[in-house]
Design a protein around this ligand. Structure first.
Ligand code: HEC
Length: 123
């Protein structure tokens, strides 16, 4: 093999490898996007199935039975308790509620609570 041929082959291999790496990156991004979407839908479905919608609007701050939860995670404080908005305090509300809301400690496991909390972040 002549020196120039070797150089060309090496350049070719480098280009091919670069392309593969870039394609894999793009593919991973594509695969991950729908997963995020599926999670959001799972959270929304759980929010509905668990009955949160019976007492909470998700598109307004108006009170239904409990306070409306639109833009909850953009606020400083939670609407009823006045506690700082955080995942931890929302989980606390689900496990041992502030006042009149029923507890969901027996109905929802930690993963389900996380899905609901992630969904609340999108409101
Ligand atoms: C039977 C009615 C009812 C249901 C069902 C219900 N809530 Fe509530 N929720 C309330 C009431 C009333 C409050 C006001 C605070 C309290 O009583 O604890 C409240 C308050 C909240 C708050 C604000 C807490 C704070 O510290 O200010 C969040 C967040 C919340 N609910 C989320 C949920 C989620 C998520 C679900 C479903 C798993 C749910 N709620 C189901 C009635 C309900």
């Amino acid at each position: 093999m002549r020196k120039t041929d070797l150089k060309r082959t090496t350049t070719g291999v480098v280009i091919v490898i670069t392309c593969i790496v870039l394609l894999l990156g793009a593919f991973r991004a594509l695969v991950r996007a729908p997963a995020g979407l599926a999670e959001k839908e799972a959270g929304a479905a759980l929010f509905q199935e668990t009955g949160c919608t019976q007492c909470h609007y998700t598109d307004s701050r108006e009170t239904r039975i409990g306070p409306g939860l639109e833009d909850l995670f953009e606020r400083e404080t939670l609407p009823a308790s006045g506690r700082p908005v955080s995942e931890e305090n929302v989980r606390r509300q689900l496990e041992s509620p502030y006042e009149n809301m029923p507890s969901f400690a027996d109905e929802l496991d930690r993963e389900q609570m996380n899905l609901i909390i992630d969904y609340l972040k999108t409101l």
